[in-house]
Design a protein around this ligand. Structure first.
Ligand code: F0G
Length: 467
C-alpha cells in the first residue's frame, strides 16, 4: 500500500499537551460578588481561601500536579514495609541514577530535608550563600541562628532585563563573601535550580561548574536546592552552547556531578503530590542527618513517606525529564508570557520554568511598596477572574529577623503552573483575566497588614484594603 498522496510535512506551531486525559476533576465557577465575599472572609489572604472558591489555582506548582498512569500503577504495587521496603530501593536507585549522589535520605517534603541538613551543619552566626534562598530555606537557616545570603547576578534582580540564565550566582561576590567571612563561617554554598524567588530563572551549567570549582577551592561543598532540576536542565538544553544535542537526563546528571549534595522537594520535579529527599556524598554528615531524620521523619527507608509515595517519585523523576513533557511545560508559560507582553503587562523576562511572574511594582505604580502592590494585584486577579497566584514580594520577604520591615528586591505575582493539569484554553482564559485587570489597574487598591505571625507571615497574615 502506498500513501494516498504525497505532501510537504508542515511545521506545526501548536505544542500539543503530551498526554490525554483519562480522569477528570471539576473546577468551580463563582461570581465576582461571591469572590469578593470569599476574599473578605479570608482576611484578604488568598492562602486562606477554600480551593473550591478558586477557578484556576496557580498558588503553587508544588504537589499539585497530575500523576501518570505509570505512577499510579507503581503506587498500587508498592511495598509498605516499615524497614527495607522494595519501594525504597526503587526510589533510592532512581535518585542515585539521576544525581549520582551516594546517600539518599527520603523526607516527606523539601523543607524537611532543609531542616535536617541545616540542623546538622549550621552553628549560630554562620552564613549560607546562595543565588537566592526560597522562603522555607531562608527560614530554616534563620531558625538555626544562621544568615541566608542571596548573591544572584544583578540581572536576576531586574525584571525586564533579558538574560538567558538570570538565576546565576555572582561568582565575584561569592568569592568576596568567602574571603571576608572565612571558610569557618560558611558550611557550604547553595544553588537553587531553577531560581524560584527570582522568577523561576535557570542557572547555567557553566555557572554551576564555576560555583562548584570556587567552593571546592576553599574546601566548601556545593549543595543544590534541586526542586526544579529538570526544568533547569531543559533551559540548558535550549539556551547553552554545547547542550542542544544532549538529553535532559544527561544534562541533569552533569548538573548533579558538580554538587556534593542536594535538597529536593519531589512535589515539583518529582511529579508527586508529596515527598522529597536529601542526598549527600559525605559519609559523616549523612550519618548525622539519618539520626536526625529518625527523630522527625521516620526510619531512613521511608522518611515520612508511604511506600506508594516513594514509588510515585521513583517514576516521576524520570517523567519530569522527558523532552516532550518539558517542551510543553516551558512553552505553556512562554505562551502566556507572549500574550501578556503583547498587551503591555510587565512581566519578568524571559518567562521562567514553572511560573510566570508579573512585575506588580511596574504595573501598579500608584501603589507604594509600603502598601504591597504584588499582594494587591494577586487579590485583583482573584476578584476579577477567580485566579489564585501568590505574592512574592514584601509580605513574603519584607519582615526582617528583628521584626523590622524592609521592602523586597521585587514585587512579583507568581502564577505557578501545576504539572500536567491545565490546557491551552485555561491559559487563554488566564491571559484574558490578567488583561482585564491591567485595563482597570488604577482602580486596584493597596493593602495594609491587620494581623501577622512572627515568621513566614504570608501564610496566615490578615490584610485590609487601604482607603
Ligand atoms: N526550595 C524551593 C526552591 C522551593 O520552591 C520550595 C517550595 C522548597 C525548597 C520547599 O519544598 O514545599 O516541599 O517543603 N516551594 C513551593 C512553592 C512551596 O510554592 O514554590 P517543600
Amino acid at each position: 500500500m502506498s500513501a494516498s498522496f504525497t505532501f510537504e510535512p508542515p511545521q506545526f506551531r501548536t505544542i500539543v499537551e503530551p498526554f490525554r486525559i483519562r480522569s477528570v476533576e471539576p473546577i468551580h465557577f463563582t461570581t465576582p460578588a461571591e469572590r469578593i465575599a470569599a476574599l473578605e472572609a479570608a482576611g484578604h489572604n488568598p492562602f486562606l481561601l477554600r480551593a473550591e472558591q478558586v477557578l484556576i489555582d496557580l498558588l503553587t506548582d508544588s504537589g499539585t500536579g497530575a500523576m501518570s498512569s505509570r505512577q499510579w500503577a507503581g503506587m498500587i504495587a508498592s511495598d509498605e514495609s516499615y524497614a527495607g521496603a522494595a519501594s525504597f530501593y526503587r526510589f533510592e536507585a532512581a535518585v542515585k541514577d539521576i544525581t549520582g549522589l551516594k546517600h539518599v535520605i527520603p523526607t516527606h517534603q523539601g523543607r524537611a530535608a532543609e531542616h535536617i541538613l541545616f540542623a546538622a551543619s549550621l552553628k549560630p552566626g554562620m552564613v549560607v550563600p546562595s543565588n537566592t534562598h526560597f522562603d522555607t530555606t531562608r527560614a530554616n537557616v534563620e531558625v538555626q541562628g544562621g544568615e541566608a545570603l542571596d548573591l544572584v547576578i544583578a540581572e536576576g534582580r531586574q525584571p525586564q532585563t533579558i538574560h538567558p540564565f538570570k538565576g546565576n550566582i555572582d561568582l565575584d561576590r561569592l568569592r568576596e563573601t568567602i574571603e571576608t567571612l572565612g571558610v569557618e563561617q560558611i558550611p557550604f554554598v547553595m544553588l537553587t535550580v531553577t531560581n524560584n524567588s527570582g522568577g523561576g530563572q535557570p542557572v547555567s551549567m557553566a555557572n554551576i561548574r564555576a560555583a562548584s570549582e570556587l567552593a571546592h577551592s576553599y574546601g566548601l561543598p556545593l549543595i543544590l536546592d534541586a526542586c526544579r532540576f529538570a526544568e533547569n536542565a531543559w533551559f540548558i538544553h535550549e539556551r547553552e552552547e554545547g547542550y542542544a544535542d544532549k538529553q535532559p537526563i544527561e544534562i541533569a546528571r552533569e548538573m548533579f556531578s558538580y554538587a556534593d549534595g542536594c535538597t529536593m522537594s519531589a512535589k515539583k520535579d518529582g511529579m508527586a503530590n508529596i515527598g522529597g529527599f536529601l542526598a549527600l556524598n559525605d559519609d559523616d554528615l549523612a550519618l548525622q542527618c539519618r539520626n536526625l531524620e529518625i527523630l522527625t521523619e521516620g526510619f531512613p527507608t521511608y522518611g515520612g513517606m508511604a511506600g506508594y509515595d516513594l514509588e510515585a517519585v521513583a517514576q516521576g523523576l524520570y517523567e519530569a525529564l522527558e523532552p516532550d513533557y518539558l517542551r510543553y511545560r516551558i512553552r505553556s508559560i512562554a505562551y502566556l508570557g507572549e500574550k501578556l507582553t503583547a498587551a503591555g503587562i510587565p512581566i519578568v523576562q524571559p518567562t521562567g520554568g514553572h511560573a510566570l511572574y508579573i512585575d506588580a511594582r511596574s504595573m501598579l505604580p500608584h501603589i507604594p511598596v509600603t502598601q504591597y502592590p504584588a499582594w494587591a494585584l494577586n487579590n485583583a486577579l482573584y476578584v476579577v477572574g477567580g485566579v489564585r497566584g501568590v505574592e512574592i514580594g514584601s509580605i513574603m520577604f519584607g519582615m526582617q529577623p528583628d521584626g523590622s520591615e524592609k521592602p523586597a528586591a521585587m514585587e512579583l505575582v507568581r502564577l505557578a503552573f501545576p504539572r500536567r493539569v491545565y490546557t491551552q484554553s485555561h491559559v487563554d482564559y488566564l491571559a484574558e483575566v490578567a488583561i482585564a485587570v491591567y485595563e482597570q489597574r488604577e482602580r486596584v487598591p493597596g493593602y495594609k497588614i491587620v494581623w501577622q505571625a512572627p515568621t513566614l507571615r504570608h501564610f496566615t497574615v490578615r490584610m485590609a484594603p487601604v482607603g
